[in-house]
Design a binder for this molecule. Sequence first.
Ligand SMILES: Cc1cc2nc3c(=O)[nH]c(=O)nc-3n(C[C@H](O)[C@H](O)[C@H](O)COP(=O)(O)O)c2cc1C
Length: 216
Amino acid sequence: MSFLDSIQSRYTAKAYDKSKQVPSELAEQLIEAIRLAPSSVNSQPWHFVIVESEEAKQRLATAIGEQFAFNQPKILNSSFTIIFCARQSISDEYLEHITELEEAAGRFPTAEAKAGVHGGRQFFTGLHRDAGDVPEWAARQLYLALGGAMYTAAALKLDSTPIEGLDMQSVDAEFGLAEKGMASQVLLSVGYHSDEDFNYGVAKSRLPADEVFTRL
Ligand SMILES: Cc1cc2nc3c(=O)[nH]c(=O)nc-3n(C[C@H](O)[C@H](O)[C@H](O)COP(=O)(O)O)c2cc1C
């Protein structure tokens, strides 16, 4: 299957078969793909909570709130759900941590290269600190990880559901995310769809190419 084929066949699963669990080697490939997601200046301003035990699924399903009850069965019947969390502030120590990891990975041929990359990271982070929009900036990076995860799931022939229908403050409180300097933004349930999934096999609909692209 080509990459485009898997993008065309992916869809948002609406009901899961609880008896079909995702093999752990596929789950780990998906999780590793999320870790490898790109972000501006490699800031990686995120954390991911993998909700896989029955007890944690119940806690998450309750925490997303009655208003979003339609999403609860997806959490309860999928194999696992990932809580995508955005970092709410970026400290100098955190930026140094990233630079040290890059150095340990062997990315800097010289001390000047290290200083240049670190300076660039400080510059871009400073722009967002000054604008007061670090949480929004972090959330934008986080959605790259979400998109990558959705396409990776499709390539692995796994079904998935991106979920913005959640009470984020309630989820943050239930999982102690604020104490970690994080805030939940979106979920991704992953598993295999059930026969009751009304969305399976439904034709895809998108704006036509001439509406969404301008070729110059
Ligand atoms: C960020 C995001 C949040 C979404 N939130 C929900 C949700 O809470 N519940 C749900 O059933 N579908 C949700 N969806 C699914 C969208 O409705 C769906 O992606 C869109 O209609 C396109 O259809 P497709 O994914 O099947 O191609 C969400 C999708 C995205 C990308």
